[in-house]
Design a protein around this ligand. Structure first.
Ligand code: NAD
Length: 354
């Protein structure tokens, strides 16, 4: 297993491997950059096949958080953590409290929050052992579950993308395929899309959640793997990453890929492959920044919904600029976004060093 040579190592400032025998904790915390402030990013709780898969996720997600936070022009750096779900029985509260102890050893260089598999209640457990935690359900300036705001940002990103691809932001009658529809972000997004008049095709591996949504929104349900084959206008990946890859890209029949999942492209060259096929890609870390924007409101200690809305307006503008530049330069949108993010981070590093 390589660390320094890993393609997403990208000069991570720190990577912490934390274990705790008593609770079964095995966690990896990536601190990619603190050039603009403490590294902020969620904690993922997942059944990884092995520690290499967990490290890969931690590094890719952590680097992605730096890019996301700088693109949203937030005064924070980027980091992320993963906890490998123990195979047998475990005490969830004790596990997350132990994770909090690991976070605390970084002395504020990393501030955690929710990601896939983690709830605001888990953050309460983390809070027992560190103050470097956000996304708490209550307390001063508590911002709670970030998912509704993430979903709103993705919804706005979909409308900007629709304007480019179809000449209008109006989503009524548009067929939109949503992967991970029963998830925290997916369900809120589906409700926005349904209200906007879109025709939904949904999938999830959580069948009861999916059935509930089907009944609520009258959506068409398809099997998880069939989502790639749908004759639709827009594909919104809202489950896990690396789903746009060699064996799925050729199956897509949509004109737009825009969703909440982090690291949707398995490799950076998938952006060029989408472009070749005439599919507009809304870079994931640009349009899924709503949650971190919401969390930022909590970190600042003065949660202001108006500020959050202003930042979501900024997200739409940034996406528009990226898509303009991608079009005028004839380059894939993901590479244009990465260039902008890296230049801003370099600038911040230089300013910090000066
Ligand atoms: P979640 O765990 O609540 O939802 C994910 C959903 O995907 C679940 O319902 C799960 O059953 C489903 N799923 C998993 N594998 C699947 C598969 N193969 N096919 C279909 N469905 C599958 O997580 P979430 O918080 O909604 O986050 C979703 C994505 O958005 C993640 O990639 C996350 O990193 C990203 N994201 C979330 C936020 C946030 O505010 N929650 C912010 C930014 C980015």
């Amino acid at each position: 297993m390589s660390v320094f040579e890993h393609p997403s190592f990208d000069n991570h400032e720190k990577v912490l491997f934390a274990t705790d025998d008593a609770t079964g904790l095995k966690a990896i915390i990536g601190v990619h950059s603190t050039a603009r402030g403490p590294a902020v990013g969620g904690c993922r709780f997942w059944s990884y096949e092995n520690s290499e898969a967990a490290l890969n996720d931690a590094l890719r997600l952590s680097q992605g958080m730096s890019y996301k936070n700088v693109m949203a022009d937030l005064p924070i750096g980027g980091g992320k953590s993963v906890i490998m779900k123990p195979a047998g029985a475990f005490d969830r509260d004790a596990l997350f409290t132990a994770f909090g102890r690991a976070v605390d050893t970084l002395g504020g260089a990393y501030i955690t929050a929710e990601d896939v598999g983690v709830s605001p209640a888990d953050m309460v457990s983390v809070r027992k052992s560190t103050k470097f935690v956000t996304g708490l359900p209550e307390g001063e300036a508590a911002s709670g579950d970030p998912s509704p705001v993430t979903a709103e940002g993705v919804f706005r990103g979909i409308k900007v993308s629709a304007e480019r691809a179809f000449g209008s932001r109006d989503l009524s009658g548009k067929r939109i395929a949503v992967q991970g529809a029963a998830g925290h972000v997916g369900a809120y997004l589906c409700r926005h899309l349904s209200e906007a008049g879109a025709e939904l095709i949904i999938t999830d591996i959580n069948e009861p959640g999916l059935c509930k949504l089907e009944a609520e929104l009258g959506a068409t349900v398809v099997a998880p793997d069939a989502i790639y084959d749908q004759q639709a206008d827009i594909f919104a990946p809202c489950a896990l990453g690396s789903i746009i890859k060699a064996d799925t890209i050729g199956r897509l029949k949509v004109k737009v890929v825009a969703g909440a999942a982090n690291n949707q492209l398995a490799t950076r060259d998938m952006g060029a492959e989408l472009q070749k096929r005439g599919i507009l890609y809304a870079p994931d870390y640009v349009i899924n920044a709503g949650g971190i924007i919401n969390v930022m409101g909590e970190i600042s200690g003065d949660f202001d919904p108006k500020w959050v809305q202003g930042k979501l307006d900024g997200l739409e503008k940034t996406l528009g600029e990226i898509l303009d530049r991608a079009e005028s330069e004839g380059r894939p949108s993901n590479l244009v976004a990465d260039d902008i993010a890296r230049a801003r981070l370099e600038n911040a590093r230089a300013q910090k060093a000066a």
